[in-house]
Design a protein around this ligand. Structure first.
Ligand code: PRX
Length: 566
């Protein structure tokens, strides 16, 4: 039986206060996401229910009940407390999808610290930028990744501890501590920190057009939004086995890979392994996965493998499919209907929104290619990009904007209140995307309204890439822009002018690519480098990426009257 009302029922008289009541939360009470995801579920009598079905890349498996997860997160939290970590400190989780990552995030929240999950494929520069900005005092990592931390530790005076969860007796360096979570005696005395609604919870770094990545700062009250959107949009039911294939280094992996489902007492399956169609279907089949939250790039990769491969696996348990992160093309929705017998339901949201804001609600007619309609309680509009008032004509392109009155909107960018304030125009929170709205109120994505590159559902900031490129001895100037790609939607292309004494060559090309892959990440690595004499600039000397991008997409370049050297 579904717990989800129809869209019409859901929007009628929707009030976030009803969700607070359902969660037993009263204004002013303590609210702690870690407690809600573990202790509360046990208090509801579900302690023996599996919370996490985990599978490693080698096929090793472990299952933890909600009660085991409660005890392990308390034990982890008590251990951090005994190490001297204080509420409010930033604790980074820099590791693959090990059980310790999931329990670590909850433990950090239970202690009243701020969890800062970072994608484990980040290289030393990406890592340093984010740890330095956040003033992080603890990094929790694994042997495989600790080497990257070692390279930058001397440039992080505030970093007190580097915790290695799989040290297994191997020698560690200064500031490093081994933690064998599963061998610790269970902490019986841990008291969850009484965080309140506005206490910071999670810090996710996200990329914009200008400057280095910004720390999107969430609060514990975000739970209200994450709980109800997970319950309704993912259509979660008590017997579900749910799989979110996003990494908790990104917001989907925390809002819907940790908080939303566990606050609903739902069993989650986690696969700590990269993309492999056969392996993924096998994982779904063996675990009888019922609800799957994925992303367009993954769906396009599955499409390439064909529907025949789907038919070789018993996916009969699958009931509901959702997608996020990039435009879900109509073909992918139609293919999923053929291959799985059901459509992927697109959802639109951002790191900053903390929860889905425009969704294809279960039961609502899916219009392939559309992102759906605003979630109840969310006021969304398409605004004129100059006046910041709703566009006058139906179907007119404008910028997506939201009234800033739902629980999980971030409260600021870490150390960058100005940047946060800049997101608001005329009383709206402006997302940075363009869309249209049709006669039925469905939103249709048009494109981003800035220079951010969306590669495989991950945002990459051009400034971060350009800054890193400058670290290469041959690079004089550069511009990083998106280039269309059939699978990843966009990939990074860099235009580079060389310093005197350097000549373009295939070797240099490869060397620069690898330089970025190592310093930043495989996502940020340019898939193509074009060596140029000059870059298009404004009269004041600012590089105009939009001209380069337009050429890549075969689009009109627009007004270039301000360009100095074209
Ligand atoms: O450009 C939009 C795109 O991803 C951006 C948000 O990225 P991030 O903050 O990393 O969060 C991703 C996961 C929530 C948006 O501004 N995006 C997200 N969902 C969609 C989308 N673009 C088109 N359709 C979507 N459904």
């Amino acid at each position: 039986m579904s717990n989800t009302p129809t869209y019409e029922e859901a929007i009628k008289g929707f009030d976030w206060a009803q969700v607070e009541e359902e969660l037993g939360y009263r204004k002013g009470d303590p609210i702690n996401i870690g407690w809600y995801c573990t202790d509360r579920i046990c208090e509801m009598g579900l302690g023996d229910k599996p919370a996490l079905i985990w599978e490693g890349f080698k096929g090793d498996q472990r299952t933890y009940t909600f009660d085991e997860m409660r005890i392990l997160t308390d034990t982890f939290a008590a251990w951090l407390r005994d190490l001297g970590v204080e509420p409010g400190e930033r604790v980074c989780l820099f590791m693959d999808r090990l059980p310790e990552l999931y329990f670590g995030v909850l433990a950090v929240l239970k202690m009243g610290c701020i969890a800062q999950p970072l994608f484990s494929a980040f290289g030393e520069d990406s890592l340093w930028t984010r740890l330095d900005n956040a003033g992080t005092s603890v990094v929790i990592t694994q042997r495989k990744h600790v080497k990257k931390v070692r390279k930058i530790v001397d440039r992080l005076p505030g970093l007190k501890h580097v915790i290695v969860v799989d040290a297994d007796g191997k020698p560690l360096k200064e500031r490093e501590v081994a933690l064998a979570l599963h061998d610790l005696p269970p902490a019986e005395d841990f008291v969850v920190h009484p965080t309140t609604a506005e206490s910071p919870s999670i810090l996710h770094y996200t990329s914009g057009t200008t400057g280095q990545p910004k720390g999107a700062q969430h609060v514990h009250y975000s739970l209200i939004s994450q709980y109800i959107t997970a319950k309704w949009v993912l259509d979660l039911r008590p017997d579900d086995v749910y799989w979110c294939n996003a990494d908790p280094g990104w917001v989907t992996g925390t809002s819907y890979g940790i908080i939303g489902p566990w606050a609903n007492g739902i069993t989650q399956a986690v696969l700590d392994s990269g993309f492999n169609a056969d392996k993924w279907y096998d994982f779904i089949a063996r675990n009888r996965i019922t609800v799957w939250y994925s992303a367009p790039t993954a769906i396009r990769l599955l499409m390439k493998e064909g529907a025949e491969l789907v038919a070789k696996h018993d996916l009969s348990a699958l009931r509901h499919l959702c997608s996020v992160g990039e435009p879900l093309n109509a073909e992918a929705v139609i293919w999923s209907e053929e291959a799985f017998g059901k459509p992927f339901h697109d959802t639109f949201w951002q790191t900053e929104t903390g929860c889905m804001v425009i969704t294809n609600f279960p039961g609502m007619q899916v219009k392939p290619g559309s992102m759906g309609r605003p979630f109840p309680g969310i006021t969304a509009a398409v605004l004129d990009p100059v006046e910041f008032t709703p566009v006058e004509k139906q179907g007119q392109v404008g910028v997506i904007a939201l009234r800033p009155d739902w629980p999980s909107l971030i409260r600021t960018y870490w150390n960058n209140e100005e940047g946060f304030k800049g997101k608001f125009k005329n009383g709206w929170f402006v997302c940075g995307d363009q869309a249209t709205i049709d006669a039925d109120g469905y939103f249709w994505f048009v494109g981003r309204d800035d220079d951010v590159i969306n590669t495989g559902g991950h945002l990459v900031g051009p400034f971060e890439i350009e800054s890193a490129l400058l670290g290469h001895p041959a690079v004089a100037e550069s511009a990083a822009v998106a280039k269309p790609d059939p699978v990843n939607m966009e990939v990074v292309k860099a235009f580079v002018s060389l310093k005197p004494g350097f000549e373009p060559s295939a070797d240099l090309d490869l060397e620069i690519m690898n330089f970025i892959r190592k310093k930043l990440s495989p996502l940020a690595m340019p898939q193509e480098i074009e060596f140029v004499e000059d870059l298009p600039k404004t009269r004041s000397g600012k590089i105009i990426r939009r001209v380069l991008r337009a050429k890549e997409f075969g689009e009109p370049v627009g007004d270039i009257s301000t360009i100095m050297n074209d």
